[in-house]
Design a protein around this ligand. Structure first.
Ligand SMILES: [Cu+2]
Length: 126
């Protein structure tokens, strides 16, 4: 458990301190969380191709991007999504680089009531 929780943290620090990760040719897909919206509502990814999901929280309150099926089916290369969730404090940003598997998954913010207020998205990998 120690290894699986520490390694992504170290990878995340490396991403934050060096711009190299953004220059390695891996395409970046921005995903913006706000109160109460996830944009884009449909996230289209290419199966088997590494992609950097760049999450931003454009609001002052906390939100998360919860997609356990999607993250479980993906090979995470950098960053982390513990228990299928990327948590962002207000105005925070983080990224997860992964290789997605073909399929269609639901994503939402698991904060109380936020999904009902509109914080859901669909991830289409083909
Ligand atoms: Cu939320």
């Amino acid at each position: 458990m120690m290894r699986s929780t520490l390694a992504p943290v170290l990878a995340c620090i490396a991403l934050l301190t060096t711009p190299a990760a953004a220059q390695d040719g891996t395409p970046t897909v921005p995903i913006a969380l706000s109160s109460f919206h996830i944009a884009p509502a449909t996230i289209h990814l290419a199966a088997g191709r590494p992609v950097r999901l760049a999450f931003t929280n454009d609001s002052g309150s906390g939100h998360d991007f919860t997609a356990p099926g999607f993250f479980a089916a993906s090979k995470i290369v950098a960053g982390s999504a513990p228990e299928g969730e990327v948590e962002l404090r207000g105005h925070a940003a983080t990224s997860v680089t992964l290789v997605p598997t073909r399929g269609t998954w639901r994503a939402h913010c698991s904060h109380f009531g936020h999904k009902l207020l509109g914080m859901s998205a669909t991830i289409v990998v083909d």
